[in-house]
Design a protein around this ligand. Structure first.
Ligand code: PMT
Length: 408
């Protein structure tokens, strides 16, 4: 992505480590891209680089003392910093991470972080042992669970003389993450999303089930993209090998019936429901208590009954939620998806051709068509699932803003 940062207001938070010199380079790159940058320094950062360096490069006063002379000019800049488009903390030391995770304020950087309302990116830099410490890991996870983005450190020579994981990411890499973060608007802030992902398993007996190849990748991509745009996300996941993403509530289920219960339980507090899950359409009439024994070469007959159609039940009990379904199709993609849009009373449906390799189930890429109630049909090219997730959220955000009654 090569979008310029022209006109963007960015706060660069600098904490005290040898990597401070890279913050100077990062500031230079941000300014070169047209960003207005306000630098905020922790108490220790000043031991490595003087505020004057940052002031000269940013052409803005540097916020480094909490109890400054309180002259009106510096207050104005602090207010401007608080209203910036992004706060990027680079380098973030173990101490600064700890304060950020726990909301402790004892210097300019930690104080500004607590007052800041927008998106935050953090680039840690520290000794490899510190980075591996369970307390530091827990602090990072806490912040991730609040939607804060991390730019992982790299392996390299550290200030303590060893080679290990903990060196601040290169300024160009941080710049790319800044661009990427700002390219995605914070346009779903506070919106309540309920997203389903993965397959369901319909059990014949304790060890056998009917399922499908869904990996959960599409649904997790939608959930992570919504979280990254400020939404409050609840993810209901069928069995997948994926790790629960930080920054959202995750509920695990196995069967269509369990998924139905979880969806209906959370529906009242939901504004936008996105059903990417590949819910099994049939389940054995009875689940045998014990493992079914093979009787020689005798065939066995299993009667399958339709599972509850979750989206059709949602249609009956929804109270203004914006509802998006996915349709996995192997033929007549658009016609079949349109039929489901109407039958399930959806606001939008994402038609997914699952007949070709490299798209649909399990792959990292996908090719889909968006259909909505007004008759719009938008075919997307082959894209990563993450990009499709963002394109879908772009459409949802546009619909919510053109009709403020929807989803509330
Ligand atoms: O998980 P991945 O490996 O990344 O694969 C992604 C995907 C191919 C599973 C995904 O993109 C997709 O197409 N999901 C929809 C799968 C599906 O169940 O399609 P369907 O046409 O059978 O169902 C239509 C809609 O009704 C879906 O939103 C489904 O969640 C919902 N449904 C289906 C059955 C049922 N009993 N209740 C439902 O609510």
């Amino acid at each position: 992505m090569t979008s310029s940062l022209k006109g963007k207001k960015i706060v660069l938070g600098v904490s005290g480590g040898i990597a401070c010199y890279k913050a100077v380079e990062l500031l230079r790159l941000l300014v070169k891209e047209g960003a207005r940058v306000f630098v905020v320094m922790s108490r220790n950062a000043k031991k490595f680089v003087t505020p004057l360096t940052f002031e000269a490069l940013s052409r803005n006063p540097v916020y480094h003392k909490v109890f400054d002379s309180a002259d009106s000019a510096s207050m104005e800049h602090i207010r401007a910093a608080e209203a910036a488009d992004l706060l990027v903390v680079a380098p973030a030391t173990a101490g600064t991470l700890g304060k950020m995770a726990h909301g402790l304020t004892d210097d300019a950087l930690s104080t500004l972080f607590v007052a800041f309302r927008g998106p935050v990116l953090v680039a840690p830099a520290m000794n490899d042992g510190m980075y591996d410490n369970p307390a530091v890991r827990a602090n990072i996870e806490t912040m991730q669970s609040r939607g804060i983005g991390f730019i992982d450190p790299e392996v390299g020579s550290l200030a303590c003389g060893v080679v290990g994981l903990g060196r601040l990411a290169e300024p160009e890499k941080i710049l790319a993450a800044v661009r990427d973060r700002l390219a995605r608007a914070w346009d779903l802030a506070g919106r309540q999303f309920l997203i389903t992902a993965g397959p369901t398993r319909e059990f014949l007996d304790p060890v056998r089930y009917i399922s499908n190849p869904s990996s959960g990748k599409m649904g997790y991509a939608v959930a992570e993209a919504a979280r990254d745009r400020g939404a409050q996300v609840t993810l209901i996941s069928g069995p997948t090998p994926l790790k629960p993403p930080p920054g959202m509530r995750v509920f695990a289920c196995k069967t269509a019936q369990e998924m139905r219960t979880l969806v209906l339980d959370h529906l009242a507090s939901t504004e936008i429901l996105v059903m990417t899950a590949a819910v099994g359409d049939f389940a054995p009439e009875q689940v045998q208590k014990e493992k079914i024994k093979k009787q020689g070469d005798e065939p066995i007959q299993i009667r399958l009954l339709p599972t509850p159609d979750i989206l059709r039940e949602v249609a009956k009990s929804k109270t203004g939620q914006f509802v998006v379904g996915f349709a996995a199709e192997t033929e007549n993609l658009v016609e079949s998806a349109r039929e489901k849009l109407l039958k399930k009373d959806l606001d939008m449906i994402v038609a997914n051709d699952v007949s070709a390799p490299g798209i649909g189930f399990q792959s990292d890429t996908n090719q889909v068509t968006f259909l909505d109630r007004s008759g719009t049909v938008e075919q997307l090219p082959l894209l990563s699932k993450r990009e499709i997730a963002h394109r879908l959220l772009d459409r949802i955000a546009a619909k919510l803003s053109s009709n403020p009654q929807t989803g509330s």
